[in-house]
Design a protein around this ligand. Sequence first.
Ligand code: GLA
Length: 742
Amino acid sequence: MITVDERDKVFHLSNGRISYLFYVMDTEQLGHLYFGKALDKRGKYLHMVEKAYRPMTTCIREGDLCTSYEHLRQEYPCYGTSDYRYPALEVQGEDGSSISSLKYQGYEMIKGKRHLAGLPATYTEEDDEAATVEIMMKDTWRNLEVVLSYTIFRDVDAIARSVRFVNRGGGVLFLDRAMSMSVDMPDADYQSVQLSGAWSRERSVKVRDLETGITSVSSMRGHSSHHHNPFFALKRKNTTERSGEVYGFSLVYSGNFLAQAEVDNYQVLRVMLGINPFGFRWKLGPQDSFTTPEAVMVFSAQGLNGMSRQFHRLYRKRLARGYWRDRERPVLINNWEATQFDFDENDLLRFARKAKECGIEMFVLDDGWFGERNDDKKGLGDWKANRDKLPDGIEGLAEKIEALGMKFGLWFEPEMVNMDSDFFRDHPDYIIRTPGRDASHGRNQYVLDFSRKEVVDAVYGQMYELLSKAKISYIKWDMNRSISECYSAAYPADQQGEIFHRYMLGVYDLHERLLQAFPELLIESCSSGGGRFDAGMLYYAPQGWTSDDSDAIERLKIQYGTSFSYPLSCMGAHVSACPNEQVGRRTPIETRGNVACTGAFGYEHDLDQLSDEEIEIVKKQVAFYKENRRFIAEGDFYRLLSPFEGNFGAWEVAAEDGSRAMATVTRILSEVNGPYRRLPLCGLRKDQEYHIAGRYNSYDAYGDELMQYGLILEDRSSGSVTEGNGRCEDFLSVVYEIKAKF
Ligand code: GLA
């Protein structure tokens, strides 16, 4: 999959569908040639280099007015030697200079892909699934070795990149900027697509035209954040969900990040992604090394859906890992929205019994089970059962839940403490704070300094003890505040710029140790809902709580946006009570079930509050999900109608072989006497006859008809308000099952 033209020093990565090309310039810096739809391997590409004389240009060597890094497209640009755009690398030596210049040293081919120690990353199971080339570069003046790693996957149209730095000199170097990837694209006629929002409205799709200058999203909150996701895409203006060119960029990381597109004054577009340089400074002593997180770049000519399918395939099978990767996820019930902190063991067992009756497989006990935790002011950090609420402890409760024939799951917030906790009283120096300054709180809590091994050890000790004694099959790993006053008492002044990243390494380490000790543990990540919903977490936690907003209509947008980069198998989605806790909206229970079942499904509900009729619906929903969950998790996902753009939200899951599909269509507000509506589907076989079962009607049609003419929507208000046995009201949704007829 990777060929090298030794004469022209051109590297061509291709899996037959996409190509990525770069070359060694005559200055020995690495130049970018092409990224996009596959090019045939003809061998001659250097004519693609665009180089011209331009007045007022700083050039590299005398007598040559055309060779300037300002105008040459590069792979991993530096600052200070004729390029005035933002660099991928900035490194300062003891002399105070921050200029660098990389020169090509050689390359190494690797079958498959190397592991990134201590970091989440995509992986291979067989060597021939991917090929990697590592390009050795060096700033000889500084004696800094820079290894650029590129992996191309055989079955997914993605390239994974990361960079390793080694200080081969005798002095100290400071990395001030070390992006995971950079690419200079030949034109800038794109729109950027970002996933932005806030608590309870995470990952709204925002599209803007690129203009000369910088377009960027970032986080400096210590976690990837509700506000911007470490993902962005560049699409042509006429690219839609279903067709057109699009590039997707995703960072496999959960901390501070920067995603940036810089359009220069010649309409060359520099895209980069990596750890946010703001607040970052990594000290590299002699022989020290530093590895960046991994960035994944996808290209698709099949529209935004095509891009998402590539991310989904890669992240579902070669980022998520371990025991739960390919297993059907349990249907769970979580007590949080029903009880908050106010419960005792009897309440929980009553909950679990009712859930069991409905076919639910796991009971998850949320916040409030430990220490003095009766509200959010006390107890975080004391991971021992509150015996007033749970007289037999977690061990006893877990036994009783297991005896009902259910699995037991438990909430933790391992990275946090309340000052009013025994843990804090014992270790007041374990939190992140800047000496001499006030410490800001978030939800009355403080962030433990996970950059320190002894802090991670102390938390691990408590969790290990509980997990080894009690039958805990799942943990919900929460993280409910951003980091402020970032500083670690354990590190000297010249390493304080490392703390945000060291914190993330500590978080990853705790996950890794728990998974090593309890390989069958299912971890669901959470951060006040979706505040750390990123590819980094997916490596440890194959599912995440998508948002604290569980209203089905809000979830249309949240899950629609999330699906741009993340597969359905990782989107925690629950049916919750009405009126909805976050927006006060009442939606039909069918709609709540339909929207939630295209995710990792569960309930957030006191089921005793439901009528007998509703309980029967719950039973059907659970049975439906169990029957279809493998197909939903593993099928190809297509967004069909955007809830950001109209009155409908619709999406489809289709089996990879086109043998079946499921389309979920939700009409947000009711309308009287509306038009007839058809919805073209995707991913079917054109000559195959299918049987379509909606909520009220069923019919047969061929794949080409369904994809071109479209699925005929059951819209109760079309033609007549009172027609049929259907209801006409707000927030109705229908799941259409489309199955090949044999
Ligand atoms: C966060 C989570 C919720 C719940 C609460 C408990 O907000 O997102 O689901 O677990 O914490 O305090």
